[in-house]
Design a binder for this molecule. Structure first.
Ligand code: C5P
Length: 307
């Protein structure tokens, strides 16, 4: 019998809005954030292992890691990818296998295109997609709500990636409210060669237990997104983590400057950085903007769209 294989795509995300509402006793932060999946994907290939082993291998997509002068990922300073049980997708499969009482195992290969430590949610998306892949491979028929409970144990952003659409995320990020019907615009994403640790950016944010005096709500942005008002979406973009990230990496202010210099309607950092995105009116405008930013020295600038 041919070996059963499941192939799935794991999208990246951007945060159009992120407010930090306070530091919690458990060290995490209460958030209100609006996340949207985007058209940049890791690919996951999973096959059954009747001997019960869970094996995970992870590599950069071919062609992605070679710079113009032929340097590979390591010599360009890209962080090494977590292999085996260190990979959050392996932890996802092991957790699902244990909770569902599955005897079989799986071999998962992850072909990465989403840069790490970039605020694009690559690891979290791989973990959510590994749960979906295991669910299908082992024919478990678990609902998304049931998978979501495991997802929240794996990481704050993981439940969002089971939703497959824009959502307002609260708590430490695991409480999801879906945005039902919304407009998708083209965007340009730039990933600088240097990433930031999420934990370090939250520490630098210096939040107290109380919400900041000027705390904002995601409501105006959600309204603008749903009514298709790009001007108001542009005015409502917000990320409380951008100033602390800019103190830790000079790339943030450089990107802010470079997007503004190209006349982009609105741009900001995604998540805890260091990726930066800009909104565009049309796909053509996004392609032109990405080309200009590459010309300005940002090798990893690409045009895509909100999903
Ligand atoms: O949950 P996750 O493993 O993705 O979080 C990584 C780190 O980011 C946490 O260890 C914590 O330092 C920080 N974090 C936080 N508050 C959140 C989410 C993440 O402080 N809501």
């Amino acid at each position: 019998m041919p070996q059963r294989e499941v192939t799935l795509r794991a999208p990246a995300k951007i945060n159009l809005f992120l407010e930090v509402l306070g530091r919690r006793p458990d060290g995490y932060h209460d958030l209100e954030t609006l996340m949207v999946p985007i058209g940049l994907w890791d690919h996951l290939y999973i096959v059954d292992d009747p001997d019960g082993r869970v094996t995970v291998r992870c590599h950069w997509a071919t062609g992605l890691t070679k710079s113009r002068d032929g340097q590979d990922a390591a010599s360009q300073g890209w962080p090494p990818l977590p292999q085996g049980d260190e990979n959050i997708a392996a932890r996802a499969l092991l957790l699902l296998r244990e909770r569902a009482g599955v005897e079989h195992g799986a071999t998962l290969t992850i072909e990465k295109s989403i840069p790490s430590a970039a605020g694009l949610g690559g690891g979290s998306s791989d973990a959510a997609t590994a749960l979906l892949a295991g669910n299908e491979l082992w024919k478990l028929s678990w609902s998304r709500d049931r998978l979501s409970e495991l997802a929240a144990e794996l990481g704050s952003d993981v439940p969002f990636f089971l939703a497959d659409r824009a959502a307002i995320c609260r708590g430490r990020g695991e409480r999801i409210e879906l945005v039902e019907s919304y407009c998708r615009w083209p965007i340009v994403v730039v990933c600088p060669p240097e990433g930031l640790s999420t934990a370090a950016v939250y520490r630098e944010c210096g939040a107290t237990a109380e919400p900041p005096a000027d705390a904002r709500s995601a409501a105006p942005l959600v309204e603008a997104l749903c009514s298709g008002d790009l001007r108001r979406v542009a005015e409502s973009l917000f990320n409380r983590l951008q100033p602390p990230a800019a103190r830790l990496s000079a790339w943030i202010d450089r990107l802010r400057h470079d997007f503004a210099a190209q006349g982009c309607i609105a741009a900001q950092m995604s998540g805890s950085g260091t990726s930066y995105f800009g909104l565009c009116r049309t796909a053509l405008e996004a392609q032109h903007l990405a080309a200009k930013l590459r010309g300005a020295g940002h090798a990893r600038a690409f045009a895509t769209t909100m999903l």
